[in-house]
Design a protein around this ligand. Structure first.
Ligand code: BTN
Length: 267
């Protein structure tokens, strides 16, 4: 599937975003290794421009923690993959990934939830993943916010549970419509985060928090009941020894409570 056969709403997105992000451009590629890799490459080569890069196919998509993010044969239709790159200089970076996840779920559907720190889940299965990377360009930082969203159902071969798809709750949606729904509010959220940090959206995060009140086990050995996040986005876990803050561990819920699928479309 190539760019001439998918009608991407590049102009509508550009018109909505450019007032917030002067110099912003939209680019659609039929194929690239990874939209994140490409924008990091460009920034390191001296092009730290504000840009939305959409790929109809990624040949080496990347997920968090060094995992792969696989596209299928109908990438561009079944899966939406894109990265937003922009210069970003918040006073405190804590909670950026949570704010990004929150923006995605708010833009797409009320049934979507967030599994800390920023996986998007639907009906206890992963629907979308987010990979945020940053690099220095002179004295400034450049952020690349990569998002992969399952639009259509997949068979989930090789996975413990098949990933969720947006079409389960929005049967008439498609990748271009989802892109248009997500990107302008995402830019607004990121600019707001840059000015005000995570704290102003913490309560909204709690409204979408999949883990809240559930028994969780963290890879650092912490176990207890999830109690939301603090003003910097750290996960709060009520343990036998009191309230613990988790900043970097992976979290799983008690077996049976949620069908685990740690990597969505990722392999
Ligand atoms: C995760 O859940 O581990 C994060 C997955 C992020 C996937 C997206 S797809 C667009 C962008 N390009 C990449 O290579 N990764 C992100």
């Amino acid at each position: 599937m190539h760019s001439e056969s998918i009608r991407w709403p590049a102009e509508a997105i550009w018109e909505a975003v450019v007032p917030q992000l002067p110099g912003f451009t939209v680019e659609v590629l039929p194929e690239v290794d990874s939209t994140n890799t490409e924008l990091m490459r460009r920034a390191r080569a001296g092009q730290p421009e504000p840009i939305l890069l959409v790929a109809e196919r990624q040949t080496a998509g990347r997920g968090r923690l060094g995992r792969d993010w696989q596209s299928d044969t109908e990438a561009g239709i079944a899966t939406l993959t894109f990265s937003l790159g922009l210069p970003l200089n918040p006073a405190d970076w804590s909670g950026l990934s949570l704010a990004v996840g929150l923006s995605v779920v708010q833009s797409l559907h009320p049934a979507l939830q967030l599994k800390w720190p920023n996986d998007v889940w639907l009906h206890d299965r992963k629907l979308a993943g987010i990979l945020i990377e940053t690099t220095s360009v002179g004295k400034r930082r450049y952020a690349v916010i990569g998002i992969g969203i399952n639009i259509l159902a997949r068979d989930g071969e090789g996975m413990r549970t098949p990933p969720a798809a947006l079409s389960e709750v929005l049967p008439k949606t498609d990748a271009p419509a989802a892109l248009l729904a997500v990107v302008p509010p995402l830019v607004h959220m990121v600019r707001r985060f840059e000015a005000q940090g995570f704290a102003p959206v913490r309560a909204a995060f709690h409204g979408r928090d999949l883990l809240y009140g559930r028994e969780v086990t963290c890879t650092d050995g912490t176990t207890g009941i999830a109690r939301g996040v603090d003003a910097g986005g750290a996960l709060l876990v009520h343990t036998a020894g009191g309230l613990q803050k988790i900043s970097s561990a992976e979290v799983s819920v008690r077996p049976g409570a949620i069908a685990e699928n740690s990597s969505g479309t990722a392999g």
